[in-house]
Write a protein that binds this ligand. Structure first.
Ligand code: NAG
Ligand code: NAG
Ligand code: NAG
Ligand code: NAG
Ligand code: NAG
Ligand code: NAG
Ligand code: NAG
Ligand code: NAG
Ligand code: NAG
Ligand code: NAG
Ligand code: NAG
Ligand code: NAG
Length: 540
């Protein structure tokens, strides 16, 4: 026994840790136990909805589903639901209105031959960047030295903070598991049960939890027989195409937050005045306090099933909350950001590589991924029919920016939201959002105006085999031709594959990667950048 231990010991800082001699050492990029780059997380309190759920609706009971959506919200329309308007904190929902085109069935004789998916992690607790837990601590401190809340804030007198940190909530696990099942229904046949695929996520706890729950939903509990999970280091300074911010030193040199602050001060002014009348004591309640209180609603809801904060805000104020997120996406990760394209570039380079079956090979000054991983077939295989990648809201939005989807990049005013804007964060990157690129092989060219040829063949009168790419975000088609003219204004939103690949190669250049990420420039004011990159030769 002693002999065995000596033979199989690791020595770490002078301490001997016995290891299991039957387990061979797995390289870091295939290790799915939480390692040094997992990030800090904290478990949250357990819910007790059966005891704490107030009964607000008529008749006396409505089952929670599991999220409570029956709170009385001032100004809410009949078919409205505030949980659809929480920006990137919105629990998963299919895109409710689509992106400007109808959905079409696959024409007879055509086949889906490949899918490339990017999946956001599911509903989670606040991250370490969030001001929420500090705010909660402050409220409780003020309470203990004499601040008293009244009126609609009365509940704050005995409210406690129960949220954990950065890991998935039960709702988040459910979203990913359900998504695995949904995508199994949609694409299960594409999987060849004789070979294992590589799926990619990052080292952070919620990213691993998301990938594992999804794969469990897709393949079942023995999913490790079918997929090897590859875990890319997510930490500042490391190259990671699924977390492109970490490899772009200028990633935070953006001015979206100026627009966010301007808008927040506007849309929450009335609520702030309202609440100030319901506080006695030394607490000087500001707009920031109001914003933190509003954020508690989505966070408590996905963690505990119910939040008393939700009903503090009107329908209009929830629309305002959504817009905060839209300004952040546009100004910090979208066409309004000098690094919008750069942060998402690695994914575009990898997509081109996978579509062409060649390892990514962009210009030396535009590498947006980890070369050591992508140069190897073991860690960047090119022979799969199914590709699953997991990422984050902001970085996924930057992927759309890098793909040149200007339809999500119209200028957003910091003072006046346009109701018909196409950038609505909760429709694009809610929790557990999915982007799926379907590759479709058709026996002939499919008519552009499919709706005009009802009853006739959907094919043009030639029989040249044609391949298309079809982007589906949260279960709805994104019309690629709206931004990429070579894709044409097709009814079905598809794009002929070679036109798409050509446009994406041009997008690598448009990211102006080296200058945007490494250049020494001063931060342009909000509104100055409109094409997601620092203009060429802007710095000396
Ligand atoms: C109450 O506590 C807060 C936070 O610790 C402190 O800043 C404030 O001065 C205290 N107020 C009173 C009246 O003690
Ligand atoms: C997963 O792999 C196992 C072992 O090779 C195989 O028996 C099973 O059918 C595969 N699952 C699916 C869904 O194909
Ligand atoms: C999962 O794998 C285990 C061990 O290989 C096997 O005993 C079990 O039957 C498998 N379960 C399913 C549902 O395939
Ligand atoms: C690339 O990935 C490997 C494997 O995880 C890691 O050791 C290396 O540090 C990474 N390189 C960069 C530049 O991030
Ligand atoms: C309360 O906070 C606001 C905003 O930060 C500030 O302008 C104001 O002077 C503060 N009032 C008191 C009484 O401290
Ligand atoms: C990491 O990214 C930088 C910046 O694009 C690039 O210069 C470097 O070669 C990359 N290294 C690896 C290992 O991917
Ligand atoms: C891809 O090729 C590798 C190496 O030849 C092989 O191990 C793997 O099973 C193949 N994967 C698929 C999905 O065909
Ligand atoms: C689609 O798949 C069927 C069945 O495998 C095949 O007969 C047909 O030729 C395929 N169509 C194209 C366009 O490849
Ligand atoms: C499709 O319809 C649009 C407008 O309805 C028209 O402008 C376009 O020329 C048509 N395209 C084809 C190929 O028929
Ligand atoms: C389609 O092509 C065939 C053979 O080239 C021709 O006879 C027929 O008239 C064409 N039909 C239409 C609707 O253009
Ligand atoms: C960046 O530019 C500023 C202003 O032009 C200059 O003062 C500074 O030295 C430059 N820094 C580097 C590292 O080039
Ligand atoms: C841009 O970001 C880098 C890295 O965080 C920082 O050192 C630099 O000061 C920033 N530039 C400006 C103008 O803020």
């Amino acid at each position: 026994m002693l002999k065995l231990c000596v033979a199989a010991c690791l020595v770490v800082a002078g301490v001997s840790i016995p290891t299991d001699p039957t387990v061979t050492q797995v390289p870091d990029y295939f290790q799915t136990s939480y390692g040094p780059f997992a990030g800090v997380t904290k478990a949250g309190g357990a819910p007790f909805l059966a005891q704490t759920n107030p009964i607000y609706s008529q008749p006396t009971y409505v089952a929670n589903t599991p999220l409570v959506t029956t709170l009385p919200i001032s100004g809410e329309p009949h078919d409205g639901n505030i949980f659809d308007w929480m920006g990137t904190l919105t629990p998963y929902q299919p895109s409710p209105d689509g992106f400007g085109v109808d959905e079409y069935p696959l024409p007879p004789g055509a086949n889906i031959t490949q899918i490339h998916m990017v999946h956001r992690h599911g509903s989670r607790y606040p991250t370490s960047n969030s001001a929420i837990s500090g705010w909660a601590k402050k409220i409780i401190q003020y309470r203990s030295n004499g601040t008293v809340f009244s009126g609609e804030l009365d509940f704050l007198n005995d409210w406690n903070y129960q949220l954990g940190q950065a890991e998935l909530t039960a709702r988040g696990r459910q979203e990913l598991f359900d998504s695995g099942i949904l995508h199994w229904f949609n694409y299960g046949k594409l999987y060849d049960s004789a070979s294992k695929i590589i799926a990619r996520t990052t080292t952070m706890v919620r990213m691993l939890q998301s990938a594992e729950n999804f794969l469990n939903g897709f393949f079942g509990p023995n999913w490790t027989d079918n997929a090897t999970l590859q875990v890319i280091i997510e930490s500042t300074g490391f190259n990671n195409s699924l977390a492109g911010n970490d490899m772009c030193p200028n990633a935070k040199n953006t001015s979206g937050s100026d627009a966010v602050d301007e808008w927040t001060a506007l849309y929450l002014q009335k609520a702030t005045n309202r609440f100030r009348n319901e506080i006695s004591g030394s607490l000087n309640w500001t707009v920031d306090d109001t914003y933190n209180a509003q954020s508690m609603c989505p966070y408590e809801t996905v963690a505990l099933g119910y939040s008393p904060f939700c009903a503090l805000f009107s329908w209009e104020e929830w629309q305002g909350f959504q817009y905060v997120n839209d300004l952040n996406l546009y100004g910090n990760y979208g066409m309004g950001s000098p690094v919008g394209r750069a942060i998402g570039l690695g994914f575009v380079e990898e997509l081109i590589a996978r579509l062409q079956g060649q390892i990514p090979n962009p210009p030396e000054d535009s590498i947006g991924f980890n070369k050591s991983l992508d140069d190897s077939a073991a860690t960047f295989p090119l022979n799969q029919t199914i590709y699953f990648d997991f990422s984050h809201d902001n970085e996924m939005f930057s992927m759309l920016t890098a793909l040149g989807l200007t339809q999500f990049g119209e200028y957003l005013s910091p003072t006046k939201p346009s109701a018909d804007r196409s950038l609505i964060g909760s429709h694009i990157v809610p929790f557990s959002a999915t982007f799926v690129f379907e590759i479709i092989k058709a026996p002939g060219p499919v008519r552009e105006n499919r709706s005009k040829h009802c009853g006739e063949s959907v094919y043009e009168n030639t029989s040249e085999e044609t391949t298309y790419i079809h982007l589906v975000i949260n279960q709805r088609t994104v019309p690629l031709g709206q931004s990429i003219s070579a894709c044409r204004q097709r009814d079905d939103g598809w794009c002929e594959i070679s036109a798409f690949i050509q446009a994406q190669k041009e997008n690598i250049v448009k990211a102006n990667y080296e200058e945007s990420c490494f250049g020494n420039w001063s931060i342009p004011a909000y509104g100055e950048i409109r094409d997601g990159a620092i203009p060429k030769n802007a710095t000396s």
